[in-house]
Design a protein around this ligand. Sequence first.
Ligand SMILES: [Zn+2]
Length: 257
Amino acid sequence: MYDTVQYRRKEVEIQRVDSIMRMLPAQAQQVLEAGCRDGYITLKLAEKYPAVTALDLSLPSIDHPRVVCVQGDITSLAFADKSFDLVICTEVLEHIPPNMLETACAELLRVTSRYLLIGVPYRQDLRVHATRCVHCNSINPTTGHVNSFDRERLMSLFGNRQFTKIEYPGRGVYKTNRLSYAVYERFGFPYGTYQQEEPCIHCGKRLVKPLLSLPARLACLFAKGLETIQNKTGPSKSPVWIHVLWDITVQDSLKCQ
Ligand SMILES: [Zn+2]
């Protein structure tokens, strides 16, 4: 079972959350957190803002007088245009099917009247910690992340509008190489994120760690050794996330001139 409490204590996760808190605008009235999961950030938002709507694919259960829980899908939000003055969406867009990604971004922009804060993994190597589903035999990228972003891609998804703040929290993205990946692919991805909450993106069933023969385990151990050398001796450590805050009223006033 995936241990959320343990994960929140990791240094890199602390840096991610600190960055979000730093980037939040000083004032907002109606806040939407799109993709709130266990409500960890939602509760921090509720300390700062008077009204927070916490949305996720399955109805969240967050008990706080300032929080309203809503079941919903960011590719089709059931809110009127400009319903919120701050919309926050972190660790979500990397999970959206690529053909729905532009729609999701357009929806987030549609429901904010002013601020939009987005956070995604930065230039993630989607081959790292891939899994193979024992039910349908297909390969899953790590923790169901189907999209990788760099600054250009993220900006273009939001119309290349002027941003207010940008941060790159965390250091030391883990990478793999073609040889290691080929070995894992041949022998069954033993080091994948099988403990993840997300089911198989192809068949929807829970991922299960495969049982490997001794030769297969040895081959994968070799591939893992290569990866370790690559990551210990590689170039300077790149950021783990990219966070961007837009104030869309700034863009609007520029356009009017
Ligand atoms: Zn499957």
